[in-house]
Design a protein around this ligand. Structure first.
Ligand code: AMP
Length: 308
């Protein structure tokens, strides 16, 4: 099944307590599509500048990602500069240079318009809707967002949310969007805005999923070394949506959602092991399956016996 993603392709300058990288390949759509490409056919919609390296396009091409929807405009590629302290859950944005993103006017190639699954990665909610309007009859639409849009474009974001089946959001952003500190109450409030399914990302503590009457919790993988958390959220969503698209089931069953949240966590755990997409680019299917099994062991427990 085909999975379309719109978001940023970026050059990131990132500093963590363990090192720093200047102008490394990043962006919400980059991480998402690299991750999802392990599971399904990905169609990418984004804008790049004339500084975007051929090698980087080749990296995505090597994973079979369709880049007919990537347009190149004169100017520099979107550039994000961020920093993390020892609390790797909290990215501090030092600078955001929109560059060519300011002129981004997505126009989908004909071959993209029949996409069955759509992911609106973190980008201006008006652009998210502009892309969605061009997809004929998607089976499932998911989206991500961030504090910047909650602060600066809430009415536009709410219009997008009305059209979305699944929302992926960080815990802090969920509180901000719902205006309440409690996650169960926040989930109820956010689901009343449109998305039937809500995934709340909790960084190194894992993720919570709310769907109809169900709540599912998945831990993050217990890694000894987390190098750079940039892109963890998008990689998580890529694994989640990639798995859902691959299975192609008519309904989002609780069993499918449970698998998807673990696939997402497994994929994110690879991204944070290295800077940029360095770990994803040479990842093998075998390693993903192995990590999925580790998750099963990590969370498995037996029923209490009658005497206990
Ligand atoms: P995350 O998965 O949340 O860590 O997202 C990381 C990616 O988001 C980075 O590679 C950035 O290039 C990208 N990013 C940062 N700020 C923005 C923004 N305002 N809009 C879209 N993408 C962004």
């Amino acid at each position: 099944m085909s999975l379309l993603v719109v978001g940023t392709m970026a050059y990131d300058s990132v500093k963590t307590p363990f090192g720093e990288r200047h102008l490394a390949l990043g962006g919400s759509a980059t991480y998402f599509s690299m991750s999802a490409s392990f599971f399904t056919k990905v169609m990418l919609v984004a804008v790049i500048g004339d500084d975007f390296a051929k090698d980087h396009l080749e990296l995505l091409g090597a994973r079979g990602i369709d880049m007919n929807g990537v347009s190149r405009l004169p100017g520099c590629t979107f550039h994000w500069q961020g920093e993390y302290g020892y609390d790797l859950n909290e990215a501090k944005t030092l600078a955001t240079h929109l560059n060519v993103l300011e002129k981004f006017d997505p126009n989908l190639p004909e071959s993209y318009r029949g996409a069955e699954y759509v992911f609106l990665a973190n980008i201006d909610p008006r652009l998210q809707r502009k892309v969605l309007d061009q997809v004929k009859r998607p089976r499932l639409v998911a989206c991500d967002t961030m504090n910047f849009w909650i602060h600066s474009a809430l009415p536009e974001l709410k219009k997008t949310l009305e059209m979305v089946d699944i929302l992926f959001i960080n815990e802090g952003e969920a509180r901000m969007l719902a205006n309440t500190p409690n996650m169960v109450k926040a989930a109820r409030e956010i689901r009343s805005m449109g998305p039937r399914t809500l995934v709340i990302k909790q960084g190194e503590y894992g993720a919570l999923l709310f769907h109809e009457g169900e709540i599912v919790s998945a831990p993050a993988f217990t890694l000894e070394e987390v190098f750079d958390p940039t892109g963890a959220g998008d990689t998580f969503a890529g694994g989640f949506m990639g798995h859902v698209a691959r299975m192609g089931e008519k309904e989002l069953t609780p069993a499918l959602l449970r698998q998807a949240i673990v696939v997402g966590s497994a994929m994110a755990s690879f991204t944070v092991e290295k800077f940029s997409i360095d770990r994803l680019k040479d990842l093998e299917r075998r390693e993903i399956a192995e990590r999925f099994r580790h998750f099963k062991r990590l969370t498995h427990f037996e029923d209490l016996t009658a005497e206990a």
